[in-house]
Design a protein around this ligand. Structure first.
Ligand code: B12
Ligand code: SF4
Length: 513
């Protein structure tokens, strides 16, 4: 629902995997199904005739669509090697394979750059299922290994077709870039830390700036989980950008305590073109923050908003609505959101596989339909009748939407909007008319009534230890965010990968992927 309205961003992870596969000598094409339709996919399948197809599944809500596409692919081209990877796929490998009923040759857990070229080399060889991160119907390999150097595979942005479709709000068109990977905190509702084993790695300042220099779009979305945890790294990249005289507009996401502690780097980036940032606030009260294990306080959060205002940055914040909320709670949030100048979003609390709440949430899931796990639907039982809950949710979202996209706000942005239209960029403009067709009580209730052909495996009855959630194993014990002074945890040394895939072009055994 988010990508129907507010944003659509390039699949950076897939572009990095594609770069690694291309470096190994294969012929690679990429099709982004946020933009293209399944007809386009089938046409590509028929004309390109790939020997391998890999699907990127970062979002749980996309699982059914990918299972169907995998089945259609195998039916049309039985000899094609079909595999999936990505964030969500990594947490549910066995059930993914089960749903696919033989149409998927394997799931590749964890980071894809190092391992996918090795997987392609091992097609048809029993050693496939011994490779790190690989899960087949017959067995699974060792724990996935982390990429030893983020500079190694620059995203293959040239493979993304129709790049004008990527945007976030007025940053239209907008590319994406990555300076760091991982997060040292351990919030209970998040799977970023369980995926990366609480590691934190940085690209070199030169490579980061070089990557930005290669971007044609005037705007850049930084995908880092928490931007500028280490101020010096952000400053170094900034200096490299200045040296190259690069001027773009940036959007990033960070934590409130990081913004407060590292103000100078945000101030510097304001000069380089940072206008918008997303601040992880999530709850307004201390108890709510404690439950999410945000390791932050309401005072810190409010102070961070002050800092953002002082620096002239437009902040967007998100509040997590619990299905247990009643009318009064929604009213309080509406009032608060209208009183602050920030852009406020509302998402629905959703336990995801790979998060700690997936194991500890005591309420039983109200649905096992993957498609509803998009933080815009209630997958836990609601205190209000379901329809009433959605009425409150949609009403609140409509109020928030009017606040920052209403006539008055747009009047202020008129110059920007006309500039976009003159350049033929209409993603932002289109979103202005779409709110009520996307966020719509009837539609959300109807979504619950659909038959679920693929049902999620519920969490195990006796919860295993949260440590068992890790995709990449933690390299060594990290100081927890609360143990480290200033709650800014030190970065983790990367776990080196023992073997490297070939990075120079080769022709023998090259495949179409
Ligand atoms: C940037 C980002 C976004 C961007 C879009 C990114 C995009 N187009 O892909 C935006 C802002 C749009 C976004 C929105 C949302 N996001 Co988001 N997002 C992220 C974030 C912070 C980074 C993703 C990223 O680019 N990483 C960098 C690249 C290099 O890594 P990667 O994509 O994971 O790819 C690597 C591996 O996964 C793997 N891989 C990837 N593809 C493939 C394919 C194959 C075949 C193989 C083998 C391997 C492989 O190899 C890659 C390289 O190592 C992640 C958190 C995280 N740390 O992953 C959350 C995350 C993915 N998002 C999440 C959520 C909840 C959402 C929203 C629902 C939230 C919301 N409030 O609306 C929306 C939904 C959007 C939608 N399209 O449906 C959750 C996922 C939940 C889930 N299990 O489904 C995450 C994990 C954050 C979290 N807190 O837990 N998101
Ligand atoms: S700080 Fe952000 S990315 Fe890190 S664990 Fe918490 S929610 Fe996830």
């Amino acid at each position: 629902m988010h990508s129907e309205l507010y944003l659509r961003l390039e699949p950076l992870g897939l572009e990095r995997v594609a770069a690694a596969v291309r470096a190994a000598g294969h012929d690679v094409r990429m099709l982004d199904l946020q933009i293209f339709r399944s007809d386009d996919y089938h046409r590509e399948l028929a004309t390109f005739r790939p020997q391998a197809v890999g699907f990127s599944v970062n979002y749980l809500a996309n699982v059914p669509e990918v299972v169907d596409l995998a089945k259609e692919t195998k039916a049309a081209r039985p000899d094609t090697f079909v595999f999936v990877g990505g964030h969500s796929a990594s947490f549910i490998a066995p059930e993914f394979l089960e749903h696919a009923a033989g149409a998927l040759d394997c799931v590749v857990r964890g980071e894809g750059e190092e391992i996918v070229p090795r997987v392609l080399e091992a097609v048809g060889d029993p050693k496939l299922e011994t490779l790190p991160g690989v899960v087949t119907r017959h067995g699974s390999g060792t724990q996935p290994t982390l990429l030893d150097d983020l500079d190694r595979f620059m995203p293959a942005r040239d493979l993304a077709r129709n790049r004008r479709k990527y945007f976030i709000g007025v940053l239209d068109p907008c590319a994406s870039a990555e300076f760091t990977r991982g997060c040292p905190w351990d919030c209970s509702v998040c799977s970023a830390w369980t995926f990366y084993g609480r590691s934190y790695r940085k690209s070199s300042a030169e490579a980061a700036a070089e990557d930005i220099a290669r971007i044609r779009e005037p705007n850049v979305f930084l995908v880092d989980d928490v931007a500028f945890i280490q101020a010096e790294h952000g400053m170094a990249i900034g200096r490299e950008l200045e040296k190259r005289r690069i001027k773009k507009q940036y959007y990033l996401e960070t934590r409130c305590d990081v913004l407060i502690k590292n103000q100078e780097v945000f101030q510097y980036w304001r000069r380089l073109g940072l206008y918008y940032m997303f601040l992880g606030i999530e709850a307004l009260d201390a108890e709510g923050l404690r439950q999410l294990r945000k390791r932050s306080t309401p005072n810190t959060n409010f102070e961070a908003l002050e800092v953002a205002r002082k620096l002239g940055l437009t902040a967007a914040i998100n509040i997590i609505a619990d299905p247990d909320w009643d009318e009064e709670r929604f009213r309080v949030i509406r009032e608060w959101a209208m009183a602050v100048p920030e852009i406020v979003h509302l998402t629905v609390s959703t336990p995801y596989p790979g998060t700690e709440t997936w194991l500890t949430e005591s309420r039983k899931l109200a649905t096992h339909d993957y498609r509803l796990f998009d933080v815009q639907h209630a997958v836990l039982p609601t205190r209000l009748p379901l329809r009433r809950f959605y009425e409150e949710l949609v009403q609140t979202q409509a109020v928030l939407n009017r606040k920052h996209l209403g006539a008055a706000a747009l009047w202020g942005a008129l110059k920007e909007v006309s500039g976009l239209v003159l350049r033929g960029q209409t993603n932002f403009l289109r979103m202005l008319w779409k709110f009520s067709s996307v966020y719509n009580v009837d539609r959300q209730c109807a979504d619950h009534a659909r038959e679920a052909r693929y049902r999620m495996r519920p969490p195990p009855p006796a919860s295993p230890r949260p440590q068992q959630l890790y995709v990449h194993a933690p390299a060594r014990r990290l100081a927890t965010a609360s143990e480290s002074p200033g709650a800014i945890a030190r970065p983790e040394a990367s776990a080196g990968a023992a073997e490297r895939p070939p990075t120079s072009p080769r022709t023998a055994g090259a495949r179409r992927v």
